[in-house]
Structure formats: structure tokens, C-alpha cells
Design a protein around this ligand. Structure first.
Ligand SMILES: [Zn+2]
Length: 283
């Protein structure tokens, strides 16, 4: 198509109609993402989350993926934003900004705020949100790579957290840098969680009496599976790992090393849906 042959008038109206079409495609896409999220379909593509799926499978930049996911999830609670997005009264950016300022507020409250920011540019919207929320400055947590093996992290801590860090410093009685201190805390916390959740103790019991073995995984089996798998066996995520029966326990699948595997929360839920079992509440 040679655009140089179009009249100014035709060029203007073609562009206007493309924008209308673009908005309706974006809205359709959001509904698709919402349904993919509900089914946790991303797990079938070895993705650990909808965000991971949008970036790796659909090719969005991280920021674009984030904006679309926020809007898709908000459509779930506030369906009224659909027609407004289509009409151009709201943008993905406005929705994302409102969500950032009012993260823990109810859908009703968010709906009211969204009405206030209709038709505003990104900057105008941000000004309005500062004004409405009464916030002076929103906490920003940023990461910036300084070298091959060093990242600068800006975090916002409450007084309570800071007091605990100071207490730990004085208990350890060593002059540790913040990096050494965080490494110490993370190492100890990982040991603790691995011990309680995955039974990585020195001498775990390898089995329970047959009467007690049901869907309860004996400590020794937990430990072996954790040390064997270490991460979600479907998508590779290390977040919210659960023990999953490959053949569901409800279908007679045994509670043993061969039938058990580690899955992250989302892959576990997807596996349950595919097996025709209901989803369980988040741990
Ligand atoms: Zn997974």
C-alpha cells in the first residue's frame, strides 16, 4: 500500500479508524489474557506466571507485559473499564498507575478513582493520583546493575524491620556489611524453610506405617524429592513449591518418590484443572 498516494483527508480518517481498531484489538487481547490466567494455561508452555508467558512466549517487553496483565486482571473485578478502554477514555497506563497507587484498595474504590483519571495524560494522571491519595512520594524499589556480579538495590524498610536488623547485628557481634548481613539472613531463612517444608534434616524418617500413609508425604520422601527436583519440574520456577501426585491421589496415585514431583503453585493448579480436579486455595 502506497500511503504517499492518499489524500490528506483519507490519511487522517484511515489513521483514526486504525486507532479505533487497535483499541478494540487490545481489549480483545486483555480478555484472552484474563482467560489464560484463569486456566493457568501458561504452565503448559513451561512459563512460571502470566508475566513470564507474556514476555517469553508473546514477546512483550517487561513493562508492556505488566501493563496488560494489570488491566486484564482489573477487567475481572471492574468490567466497566472494557468499554472505556475501547472508547479511549482510559489507557493501559492510567489503569496501571491507579493500580500502583491503590494496590490494596477494593474494586469499588478503584472504580471511583478510575473515573477521576479518565482522559488524562500519564503526567496529569500521576499528579491527580498524588493529589487524591495524599501521598507525598510513593515508595520506589529499584534495582540497578553496577557490575558483572553486583546489583544496587534501593529498598524501603519500616522502622520495625530496621530495628530487627540492628538487633541481629548486635546479637552477631560482628561488623557485617549490609550485603553480608542480607546473605546471612537469606541463608538461614532458606535452611529453615527447607527444613520445615522439605524435611532436609539429617535423619528423616523414610516411611510411615502403611496405615498412616495416605496423601501425607513422609519426611524422608519429601527430602528425597526436594533434593532430586529442587525446582518446579514443569517450568523451572523456585517459587511456592508443592509436592504433586503425577497420578492424582484421588485417582489412586500412590504417595511415593516415583509418583511425586515438585511443582510450583501455578503448575500444580493447572495440573489439577487438567485432571478435572478443583483448584485448591493458595497456601
Ligand atoms: Zn511451575
Amino acid at each position: 500500500m502506497k500511503l504517499s498516494h492518499l489524500t490528506d483527508h483519507a490519511l487522517f480518517f484511515d489513521t483514526k479508524s486504525l486507532v479505533i481498531h487497535e483499541r478494540s484489538v487490545v481489549l480483545k487481547l486483555l480478555y484472552h489474557l484474563k482467560e489464560i490466567d484463569r486456566r493457568k494455561l501458561y504452565s503448559d508452555y513451561k512459563c512460571s506466571s502470566l508475566f513470564d508467558f507474556c514476555v517469553r512466549e508473546l514477546g512483550y517487553s517487561e513493562a508492556s507485559a505488566q501493563r496488560r496483565i494489570v488491566a486484564a486482571r482489573m477487567l475481572q473485578d471492574i468490567p466497566e473499564i472494557g468499554p472505556k478502554l475501547k472508547a479511549g477514555k482510559l489507557t493501559l497506563t492510567n489503569i496501571s498507575q491507579v493500580n500502583q497507587f491503590y494496590k490494596n484498595h477494593s474494586p469499588e474504590e478503584k472504580k471511583e478513582i478510575l473515573q477521576e483519571v479518565e482522559g488524562l495524560s500519564k503526567r496529569e494522571c500521576e499528579k491527580k493520583l498524588f493529589d487524591l491519595s495524599g501521598k507525598e512520594n510513593k515508595p520506589v524499589e529499584k534495582q540497578k546493575r553496577l557490575s558483572k556480579d553486583q546489583v544496587q538495590v534501593a529498598i524501603v524498610l519500616s522502622d520495625k524491620t530496621l530495628e530487627k536488623i540492628e538487633r541481629l547485628k548486635s546479637l552477631l557481634g560482628q561488623d557485617l556489611s549490609m550485603d553480608e548481613l542480607v546473605l546471612y539472613m537469606a541463608t538461614e531463612a532458606i535452611k529453615n524453610v527447607e527444613k520445615t517444608k522439605f524435611k532436609t534434616t539429617e535423619k528423616p524418617r523414610s516411611s510411615l506405617s502403611p496405615a498412616k500413609v495416605g496423601r501425607v508425604v513422609p519426611a524422608g520422601v519429601k527430602r528425597d524429592i526436594y533434593l532430586r527436583d529442587k525446582k518446579c519440574t514443569n517450568c523451572g520456577s523456585i517459587h511456592r513449591l508443592n509436592f504433586d501426585h503425577r497420578i492424582p491421589y484421588a485417582r489412586g496415585g500412590p504417595t511415593n518418590k516415583e509418583n511425586l514431583r515438585l511443582l510450583c503453585f501455578h503448575c500444580n493448579q493447572r495440573a489439577r484443572m487438567r485432571a478435572g480436579l478443583g483448584v485448591s486455595p493458595p497456601p
